[in-house]
Write a protein that binds this ligand. Structure first.
Ligand code: SF4
Ligand code: SF4
Length: 176
């Protein structure tokens, strides 16, 4: 499995920090039927884990299945060599909240490094098979969620592999 520099204890601290915040002060799944969890499952999509994030998860947990992908076969940064973990939820949107991967926790925002090298957050603009109402409406998000998410990505991009991933996604936006 691809090895990053982010330690287990950093991932655990990040999970704890993000456990304390939510994008909005209500369950946004109520307005869309938790489409970001369920549609992804219907479309045979999975959730990528960041390098090393898999180490804090229980491989025998009953709420997910484990898969791997080769970085050579898919669109990953050139610095990524090996396999990455991705998971699929067995009964979405039901999962242990404290174990949601970072990809779920920072949605609907995405990290972006500007051409001047500054880390900011943007609405997630991945090519998704569903519409998130919060992204569509540009819903005002809880400032504590925004701040915690920015703090988390600032830590994460200290890992060169994660920096390269965020930079690659950001560069695709420069052309827009
Ligand atoms: S993040 Fe968006 S798509 Fe996911 S549950 Fe909330 S409103 Fe729905
Ligand atoms: S881990 Fe939880 S929040 Fe993330 S997609 Fe699965 S069910 Fe949804």
């Amino acid at each position: 499995m691809i090895k990053g520099k982010t330690r287990n204890r950093t991932y655990r601290a990040i999970y704890r920090l993000l456990d304390r915040v939510s994008p909005v002060p209500f369950d946004c799944g109520m307005i869309c039927g938790s489409v970001c969890c369920t549609a992804a499952a219907d479309e045979d999509m999975g959730i990528y884990l960041l390098p090393g994030e898999e180490k804090i998860h229980d491989k025998n947990a009953d709420w997910l299945t484990w898969h791997t992908q080769s970085t050579e076969e898919y669109d990953f940064p050139e610095s990524w060599h090996g396999k990455v973990s991705w998971i699929r939820c067995i009964d979405p949107p039901h999962c242990p909240r404290s174990m949601r991967p970072i990809q779920c926790r920072t949605f609907p925002l995405a990290p972006h490094i500007t051409e001047e090298g500054e880390l900011t957050l943007v609405w997630n603009d991945s090519d998704l098979p569903y519409c998130c109402p919060m992204i569509e409406d540009e819903t005002e998000l809880d400032p504590r969620f925004i701040q915690a998410t920015l703090t988390v990505w600032k830590h994460l991009i200290r890992d060169p592999l994660i920096y390269d991933l965020v930079r690659m996604d950001s560069e695709e936006r420069y052309e827009d």
